[in-house]
Write a protein that binds this ligand. Sequence first.
Ligand code: ADP
Ligand code: MG
Length: 257
Amino acid sequence: MARIFCIANQKGGVGKTTTTVNLAAGLARIGQRVLVVDLDPQGNATMGSGVDKRSLALTVYDVLLESASIAEARQRSEKAGYDVLGANRELAGAEVELVELERRDKRLKGALAAVEAEYDFVLVDCPPSLSLLTLNGLCAAHGVVVPMQCEYFALEGLSDLVNTIKQVHANLNPDLQIIGLLRVMFDPRITLQQQVSEQLKAHFGDKVFDSVIPRNVRLAEAPSYGLPGVVFDPSSRGAQAFVEFAGEMVRRIESMR
Ligand code: ADP
Ligand code: MG
């Protein structure tokens, strides 16, 4: 059965999508069967996996509204090595449409049940908000991976996310836990980043992943080629860090079973 993880942080531009597609590609490289679910109307995870969001007849929007199954709507990205349940601008409407419907926060969970056996990992790329879309991700997931930049305000934003996760855990999804915090876009030459990194470890201990993702321009260039950095330039420092992180994820999940 697949282990399902949200990549979440309500801040935009912190590296959620980069983490999702590169962790997916890293896991695929070590033989894991992976599905990426794009829950952001911007569709960056879709495009960054080599799937053209404009040409999709069915997306996660149709799945949430239960007019299509995941088996019908998913795409295979041969280049990236995993499957993608894509998103595009249409998804922005789902937020409003779902409010009226029953089980509005459990739609993704229900849909994933039908394909769970086909995957080892499902990675859900969340939008930069604690919205009904994110809630669908959190209700479906076994855990949350939180990418964060080691900057001053990063710690402040984290408490909102941690509280939301605690509430979902208490009221909606007892399986949910924080798997770990991933330091991304890290530049060890910047003293503040080192300090925040130390604070994170002091406060969250083992919840901070050992792997650190450096700031690396190849990771930023890869999406314009429709590829995760891990596939675009496997020898780059960024790609190597994500492959290492994929290994750490597998070990961490095994130790939690
Ligand atoms: P989010 O999904 O949280 O909005 P993204 O993953 O889209 O964040 O990242 C925001 C921007 O930062 C993108 O332009 C991305 O290419 C760039 N980026 C992300 N991680 C790195 C990194 N480790 N090194 C360099 N650029 C990065
Ligand atoms: Mg994103």
